[in-house]
Design a protein around this ligand. Structure first.
Ligand code: FES
Length: 150
């Protein structure tokens, strides 16, 4: 199995310049940030996604992915697509769009699902009435790799 040129270029670019690709996290005390953290049952890899909201619009995004090159390339593509979208628009982004764009082989399709699941999880924590997230920070302000408060 060979990675496509797009996956390799994105992966290497993240290694060279993580900040440019929004690797990181926002202040866990910021109530305008909603977080989704998920693991891939197929391989045990994990993605944590922070979305900073401005009303119902996604003003900025940061992520951390513990996973393969496909997962990291998929994460960067999702992050680019999410910035500036409303919650409703973000719900329309599908892992298949990313998998097609990156030409992921069948054995690697679950890698792009990871990022879509992280978006869904974060959106669950959005409260449209208050325009605030309800999951930040976890009780002690820290997350473990399984998306639970430590
Ligand atoms: Fe685990 Fe790709 S092999 S996310």
């Amino acid at each position: 199995m060979a990675y496509s040129k797009e996956v390799v270029e994105r992966f290497e670019s993240v290694l060279e310049n993580p900040e440019k690709h929004s690797v990181g996290r926002f202040d866990p005390n910021d109530k305008t940030v909603i977080t989704g953290m998920v693991g891939a049952p197929a391989c045990g890899d994990v993605m944590k996604l922070d979305m900073k909201m401005d009303g119902d619009r996604i003003a900025d995004v940061k992520f951390k992915t513990y996973g393969c090159g496909s997962a990291i390339a998929s994460s960067t593509m999702f992050v680019e697509m999410l910035k500036g979208k409303t919650i409703e628009e973000a719900k329309q982004i599908k892992d298949k769009d990313i998998a097609d764009a990156l030409q992921l082989p069948p054995i690697k399709l679950h890698c792009s699902v990871l990022a879509e699941e992280a978006i869904k999880k974060a959106i669950e924590n959005w409260e449209p009435d208050s325009m605030m997230g309800h999951n930040n920070p976890p009780e002690n302000g820290r997350w473990n790799w399984y998306g639970e408060a430590e």
